[in-house]
Design a protein around this ligand. Structure first.
Ligand SMILES: *Cc1c(COP(=O)(O)O)cnc(C)c1O
Length: 469
């Protein structure tokens, strides 16, 4: 091992060179890379090598066993879930984050200044999203952890309103959660936080074909709570139909009643980048906390998401996440360290890929990516609408197309159609269930996707349909 380590270290230029070339090969052909694995190999138990192989030999093993079955999930026709790609600048930032290997915690330079880069990136992101800078933010692994972080502080807020310190004393008694169409990860967060995934009050949606919250029903429930503090989990883009709660109306409620307002805007928040669609998030600046995913529409590599929490809650935030047992003394911003503001302690320089990409492409670059994806999803929606074989399950509100087979007698074939479609490796979509119907979702968030891709995808869909007939 010692020998290999020394060898590797001596020829680091060679190692990085072969990795670079492999990376170029992959990225330059990512559009042709299959979007699914056609022949899943059996993964047999491997033994830990006694001596090790060195990096170059290990790369050969990787290339033999794993490389051929890597899917083009960062490519232009991977429309499953909400899957972003990675811009060239973000890849550069990601590589450097690994090479510099900083442990991002304190802004006072406990040996390192990377927390300053993170704070700077948060400010730039707020700017991109048109949010005021009275939000304090940080990077976590994904929107799930962002929801968790925000809801943890919301939980502490509710406790304080009731005269207790939940972070210190633990949770006892119920916490009121109101929500209409929460993302599964927000529910998971409630179970992690001891609030309980079952302890939510479902508010009606704003209509038959809506996933957004009914503000009237919300107010009725608020009145029923009779002044009890509660947490509202609201949606800035639901996953099926990308429906947005009416933030202006919720803001008006917030003026009348006391509650913690959390918005899950994992991908929908990027509507703020588009002049045509930014009205969808109007009023979100009055919320208490916001979740935004960066590995989706910002197109940076996994794992990257941010939380935004109003700076006025910094004390609650530190109570929730402080790493020392001693009560926090003084202003937590004075001697700022991320380890008192979020779940993790040691962390990589997660902000660097986002910082690179934001600096490299700016406001206009992201406006273009977002507008392009919205235009493409509308085009695709139009093709579905004009077709004899498919129909929309919901209007195309932003960047996601939710559709099914037109012939309602063929509901059982939706899954089969999707499996056949994904098996082609030309495109990847994910199943859903909406309005009592089996459906399919196609989400456009990749910077590479073009009109040609949409035409190609629709062609493949029609071929599959004719095979099914
Ligand atoms: C994707 C998504 C999440 C979860 O995000 P991860 O990055 O997978 O943790 C949460 N909320 C919404 C609305 C999402 O779209």
């Amino acid at each position: 091992m010692k020998e290999y380590l020394k060898n590797d270290s001596d020829q680091i230029d060679h190692i990085l060179e072969i990795i670079k070339n492999q990376g170029i090969g992959y990225l330059n052909t990512i559009s042709e890379r299959p979007t699914s694995v056609s022949n899943m190999p059996v993964f047999e138990k491997q033994n830990l090598p006694e001596q090790g192989f060195g990096t170059e030999e290990t790369l050969k093993i990787f290339n033999e066993r794993f490389e051929p079955i890597m899917v083009g999930s960062g490519g232009p026709r991977y429309l499953g879930f909400v899957t972003g790609g990675a811009t060239p600048a973000s890849i550069a930032g990601d590589w450097l984050a690994t090479i510099y290997d900083q442990n991002t915690q304190s802004t006072k330079g406990h040996g390192d200044i990377s927390a300053n880069i993170e704070l700077e990136t948060i400010k730039i992101l707020l700017d991109l999203l048109g949010l005021p800078d009275n939000f304090l933010g940080g990077f976590v692994t994904g929107a799930t952890m962002s929801n968790f972080t925000c809801l943890a502080i919301a939980r502490q807020w509710v406790g304080k309103e009731q005269g207790r310190d939940i972070a210190k004393d633990g949770i006892s008694g119920a916490i009121n959660i109101l929500t209409a169409t929460p993302h599964s990860s927000a529910i998971k967060s409630l179970s992690l936080l001891g609030i309980g995934s079952g302890n939510i009050t479902k508010i009606k949606t704003a209509g038959e074909d809506r996933e957004a919250i009914s503000v009237d029903d919300l107010e009725d429930h608020i009145i029923k709570l009779g002044g009890e503090p509660f947490i509202l989990i609201s949606s800035g883009g639901t996953v099926n139909t990308v429906d947005f709660d009416d933030f202006k109306a919720i803001h008006a409620l917030k003026e009348k009643y006391k509650f913690w307002w959390h918005i899950d805007a994992a991908f929908g928040g990027f509507a703020a980048c588009s002049d045509t669609y930014k009205h969808l998030v109007e009023g979100w600046e009055y919320s208490d906390s916001i979740t935004v995913d960066c590995h989706k529409w910002l197109n940076v590599p996994y794992e990257s998401a941010v939380f935004f929490i109003k700076e006025q809650y910094k004390t609650l935030q530190v109570e929730t996440f402080q790493n020392s047992n001693a009560p926090y003394l003084g202003d937590p911003l004075e001697n700022f360290s991320y380890l008192n503001f979020l779940p993790e302690n040691s962390r990589r320089l997660k902000a660097l890929p986002a910082w690179f990409s934001l600096m490299a492409y700016g406001k206009k670059g992201y406006q273009e990516i977002v507008d392009n994806n919205i235009t493409l999803s509308r085009q695709f929606g139009q093709m579905i609408e004009n077709s004899d074989d498919f129909k929309l399950l919901a209007p195309v509100r932003l960047n996601t197309v939710c559709f099914t087979l037109k012939d309602s007698g063929k509901q059982d074939e939706v899954g089969k159609f999707l499996a056949m479609l994904n098996e082609t490796g030309k495109v990847f979509m994910t199943p859903t269930f909406y309005h009592q119907q089996n459906g399919i979702r196609a989400a456009f968030v990749n910077w590479r996707t073009s009109e040609n891709d949409v035409v190609l995808i629709f062609g493949v869909m029609n071929t599959i349909i004719s095979q099914l007939k």
